[in-house]
Write a protein that binds this ligand. Structure first.
Ligand SMILES: Cc1cc2nc3c(=O)[nH]c(=O)nc-3n(C[C@H](O)[C@H](O)[C@H](O)COP(=O)(O)OP(=O)(O)OC[C@H]3O[C@@H](n4cnc5c(N)ncnc54)[C@H](O)[C@@H]3O)c2cc1C
Length: 542
């Protein structure tokens, strides 16, 4: 029987779940969500420390591997992405960040072009952030406690996180009790998308209340391989189920592609939308020549500073023997204790060259020895702690390209982290700033030795070499099908997330971002989902 819906959403991730929920709830539309990954109900996904297992190997992740990065001495590194309903929001570290108003004002200005009012100013996006938020502490002009996305202060704070905050305060950075408040600058504790340690993913928060609603159908392990386009109009999709059988589904109103920044451009290209010469090289006939598809890959580069501790501090032992049992029981019975923590609790935003200025570095304090899977010189099985530094507004740009015309092949991803010299300079300054924190009390008294970067050489050249060795993704690939104004030949989408040159086709995930926000990206992805539904419903009723 022909499957026909009002909207088909390709990918039930952070953006896709929100868009689906709004289309069904506000628009009373019939929606099909095709999610390539698994179901989201699993203890490892629910409990925050599960992230460390997942980063290193789990069926709930797909591990994209970069092509060799010449500027990193040929290194390759992983970019794990959620492979589960809820997407990144089901596997991430749950840090709740929106970025700063100027991130969105920048989009608004970039998009002006032929658009009278692009609709991406801070005043345009704030109601979406606020409308979704259910904050356990904050209720004011910037925050709401009434929304479905549960946002909470950390359920447990490790002593190392407290020492980090105090040591960075000793450097002169003020305490900030709300990184999503009037100013991002400062050091403090993050808020998290959970409550009593249980994850509040897009799947739980937005699709959960719609369970049993006949207007919403969610198919799991349904991997879309092509968007079906007839006479320039997107009419449906082809997908494969878990057994590899091919099916088709059709949409009367729109197909919305929400497969994340690494797969959305791949799917567009497999469907004939992308750079004509690149498609031709893979034997794909071009329907819309959009050279921007797969260009403009932006990610936040992350580099660790790791110290070995002189005592049993941090989370090293939390997973062993009777402690694990005690912690597990505390979590199960009271929803409290170390297992409510994803490990990351404290952080900072600072401009290391002008500490009073606009932050250019975000830092995360991780109370374990935390390095990337496959990182060289891994220091493990030791008490220790890691501070990672992240460039908030990187200038480096990468690419996503087809490996082949076979949808089973992962795309070729080249993020070019730290390739732009300004990013490297900012990162070096950030590393030097936070290295100083390890020499301030109370952290200083707990350090046995700094393991990386090498403590005896903190020259720019030595830190640059350390960055090239260890830089990895902060898990925020974005921008690969960016919005842009009329006349911008690299713009894939217009300001209402519509694919240029194809009717009834929208993109709704981080790939739409013209530039990355300053900070973690899950809440912005959800905001994009909410806006997408708003645009689609406005047009449907026009
Ligand atoms: C390990 C990790 C830690 C992170 N930590 C944080 C954090 O603490 N705070 C924060 O704000 N952000 C964090 N992020 C980032 C954040 O979660 C993502 O930026 C966000 O989820 C991206 O949303 P999206 O909708 O663009 O894509 P996704 O959420 O990735 O959604 C894409 C969906 O499409 C599905 N899909 C892919 N291909 C297909 C296909 N062919 N057919 C059908 N479905 C398909 C995927 O399975 C996925 O469900 C983290 C991410 C990761 C991976």
């Amino acid at each position: 029987m022909k499957q026909v819906y009002d909207y088909i959403i390709v990918g039930g991730g952070s953006s896709g779940c929100v868009a689906a929920a709004r289309l069904v709830t506000d628009g009373k539309a019939r929606v099909l969500v095709l999610e390539g990954g698994h179901g989201h109900r699993h203890p490892m996904l629910d409990m925050p420390p599960g992230i460390f297992k997942m980063i290193y190997g789990s069926k709930f992740m797909r591990y994209h591997q970069t092509v060799p990065q010449e500027h990193l001495d040929g290194r390759v590194h992983d970019i794990p992405q959620g492979n589960v309903l809820g997407g990144g929001s089901s596997v991430n570290a749950q840090v709740y960040m929106r970025g700063v108003p100027s991130d969105y004002e920048e989009w608004h200005e970039l998009l002006r072009g032929g658009n009278d009012y692009p609709g991406w100013s801070w005043d345009d996006v704030l109601p979406h952030f606020r409308g979704m938020e259910g904050n356990n502490r904050l209720q004011n002009d910037l925050h709401s406690s009434a929304g479905p996305l549960l946002v909470s202060d950390p359920g447990h704070v490790n002593e190392v996180s407290r020492w980090f905050v105090q040591s960075v305060q000793a450097l002169g950075l003020p305490y900030n009790h709300d990184f999503n408040g009037p100013s991002q600058r400062g050091v403090g504790f993050y808020q998290f998308m959970n409550r009593n340690g249980k994850r509040s993913s897009a799947a739980y928060a937005f699709l959960g209340p719609l369970e049993g609603n006949p207007d919403l159908e969610v198919k799991l392990n349904a991997r879309v391989s092509r968007i079906e386009i007839a006479d320039g109009v997107a009419v449906g999709v082809t997908y494969r189920d878990a057994k590899g059988r091919e099916h088709q589904a059709f949409a009367d109103r729109e197909v919305i592609v929400s497969a994340g920044s690494l797969v959305t451009p791949q799917l567009l290209m497999l469907s004939g939308i992308g750079p004509a010469d690149h498609l031709a090289a893979h034997g794909i006939s071009c329907i819309a020549d959009l050279p921007g598809v797969g260009a403009n890959l932006i990610d936040h580069p992350e580099v660790p500073i790791t110290a070995l501790a002189n005592g049993p501090y941090g989370y090293y032992l939390q997973g062993e023997g009777w402690r694990m049992l005690a912690n597990g029981l505390q979590f199960k019975i009271f929803g409290s204790g170390p297992i409510t923590s994803a490990g990351v609790e404290a952080g900072a935003f600072v401009n290391p060259v002008d500490p009073d200025g606009t932050p250019s570095i975000q830092a995360f304090c991780v109370p374990i020895v935390y390095l990337d899977r496959g990182a060289p010189g891994l220091v493990e099985n030791s008490y220790g702690f890691t501070v990672t530094t992240v460039v908030t507004k990187p200038k480096s740009r990468g690419t996503v390209q087809l490996r082949s015309a076979d949808p089973n092949d992962m795309p070729l991803v080249s993020p070019n982290l730290l390739k732009h010299p300004d990013d490297m300079q900012t990162m070096i300054a950030g590393q030097k700033y936070f290295l100083r924190a390890f020499h301030e009390e109370p952290l200083a008294g707990r350090v046995k030795r700094i393991a990386i970067p090498a403590p005896d050489d903190t020259s720019d050249a030595a830190i640059a070499a350390h960055c090239r060795r260890f830089v990895k993704t902060n898990f925020h690939p974005s921008g690969t099908c960016r919005m842009g104004p009329d006349g911008d030949k690299m713009a894939v989408l217009d300001a209402r997330l519509r694919v240029r040159g194809i009717e009834h086709l929208r993109v709704c995930d981080l790939s739409a971002m013209p530039n990355i926000n300053s900070g973690n990206t899950n809440a912005p992805a959800m905001m994009l989902g909410s806006r997408c539904a708003e645009f689609a419903l406005q047009e449907a009723s026009a």
